[in-house]
Ligand binder design. Structure first.
Ligand code: F0G
Length: 461
């Protein structure tokens, strides 16, 4: 935690928590520890009171110069953008120097997806290896400000690992609810190492999320899932960082994987704010890609316009995908995410296990590892390009959400040709479905002789 700094701005003076329903739009003070509108039950977001900025160049210049500063708040790729965050300068920030994640050109993935060029923004380069860190630095800072005694989340693994790390930095008690047997060993190991109390729940992620929400009325517990509007504030800075890295050139498309829908909601908010402030003159089309067996929002999106009433999501009671990070049937932030997609003119689609696995291997061939869920982006971009929804020469950014070491079992099974999805029901006479390793790269056994090694080097691709 860091000492207070000299005052540059006081954003929280005007910031409020606000109901996202236009019919309600109730406002609540930042001090209230609530996760839904107390009047109508709809989700909340923070309105930072951001207005058109008179001197844009000076603001951009200040953000750019902070990247070389030694001040802890400047070095964090989240707190660097503190003018747009709902915290004042005395906030006792809890940081692991999150953000600052690279963008990469990915020519092989571009070709694979039918594009001239493709950019990958790798959020897996964060301190705990996933995009969650940019949100947790804000959520845990708010937990400290609000005097919470414990922080809690439901998770498919990454949220838990991230919360556990930030809670450890802040000396806060941390309890994570994980679906038993459905979290990758690497993510589970992180939560253990960072000292969280881990509860393995006999159920799936959606059960964990439901139980976590039931804790919302316990005054001393702070929930760090994406229902928490402060977490979204941290995550929205990824959009600001991306625009800085692109010299404020707006891409045509930004594509993210979709699970509980916090990431898409946050990026959508970031871009919309930048437009309001005059930092950009339009927003990129924001598209979300889900795994076919866990795609409630893609299903809803494909039926939009058919019903006269407001869209309502049909949850998937038994979601299935090997990309366990996004194995979610009842996404909590779907309303915010759908609003962001519709306002930007983007899409929500799903991809098969095979499409996702092959796209992941293709990202790997760039020398850029990611975890399975992240690869839904490149698989989805390939589909959207084939369908004419993304133009061959358009500027496209795929957001990779997690590091390749988050799920090494998946990677090894793919390359050895043993990756398979339990279907439960009998499909073509089998209870599991093999996902073939179309771009397999398995280790080979070799004799311990110089000749054998040389022969192998000659044959190597
Ligand atoms: N990619 C990864 C690697 C994730 O861990 C998640 C979500 C997503 C994509 C989807 O993002 O939920 O914001 O739509 N992981 C959560 C967790 C659910 O508990 O770690 P989202």
């Amino acid at each position: 935690m860091n000492a207070p700094h000299k005052t540059e701005h006081q954003p929280s003076a005007t910031a409020v928590q606000k109901c996202i329903s236009p019919d309600c739009a109730a406002e609540f003070s930042l001090r209230e520890r609530i996760y839904v509108c107390r009047r109508c039950g709809e989700p909340l977001e923070i309105d930072c009171g951001l207005e058109k900025v008179a001197d844009l160049e000076s603001l951009k210049g200040r953000w750019a110069s902070r990247a070389t500063s030694r001040d802890a708040r400047d070095r964090s790729g989240v707190w660097r953008y503190r003018e747009v965050l709902p915290f004042d300068d005395r906030a006792p920030i809890v940081t692991l120097f999150e953000g600052n994640t690279p963008i990469y050109d990915a020519p092989k993935c571009a070709q694979y997806a039918g594009l001239t060029a493709l950019t990958l923004k790798h959020q897996g380069a964060n301190p705990t290896g996933s995009f969650k860190d940019t949100g947790m630095t804000a959520a845990v800072t708010q937990a400290v400000i609000s005097g919470a005694r414990a922080v809690v989340c439901a998770s498919t693994g990454n949220t838990a690992a991230s919360l556990a790390a930030y809670a450890a930095r802040a000396n806060l008690k941390c309890v994570v609810l994980l679906p038993e047997g459905q979290v990758s060993a690497a993510k589970l190991a992180q939560s253990m190492d960072y000292g969280a109390t881990i509860l393995e729940v006999a159920g799936n992620f959606d059960d964990c999320m439901r139980l976590t929400q039931e804790l919302a009325d316990v005054e001393w517990i702070y929930i760090a899932n994406s229902v928490n509007p402060f977490r979204i504030e941290g995550q929205k800075t990824v959009a600001y960082e991306l625009m800085m890295q692109r010299d404020w050139q707006v891409p045509d498309h930004v594509v993210v994987p979709g699970g509980n829908m916090g990431n898409s909601s946050a990026l959508g908010k970031g871009f919309a704010e930048m437009k309001r402030m005059g930092l950009i003159d339009h927003v990129p089309k924001l598209s979300i890609v889900q795994a076919e067996g866990a795609a409630p929002l893609a299903q809803l999106f494909s039926k939009l316009g058919q019903a006269n009433s407001a869209p309502e999501i049909e949850t998937v009671s038994n979601p299935k995908t090997l990309a366990t990070a996004i194995k979610i049937g009842a996404p909590i932030s779907w309303k915010k995410a759908l609003r962001a997609v519709l306002q930007s003119g983007g899409n929500v689609i799903s991809v098969t296990e095979q499409e996702l696995a092959d796209a992941k291997a293709m990202i790997g061939r760039e020398g850029i590892g990611c975890e399975p869920a992240s690869a839904a982006t490149v698989a989805g971009i390939k589909k959207l390009t084939a369908a004419g929804k993304i133009g061959k020469n358009e500027a496209v950014v795929a957001v990779l959400t997690g590091n390749v070491l988050k799920d090494p079992d998946y990677v090894a099974h793919y390359h050895r040709g043993t990756l398979s999805l339990e279907t439960g029901a009998q499909v073509d006479g089998a209870k599991s479905q093999l996902v073939s390793g179309a771009f397999r790269n398995a280790p080979r056994r070799v004799a311990a002789t110089k000749e054998a090694i040389i022969e192998s080097v000659e044959r190597a691709h």
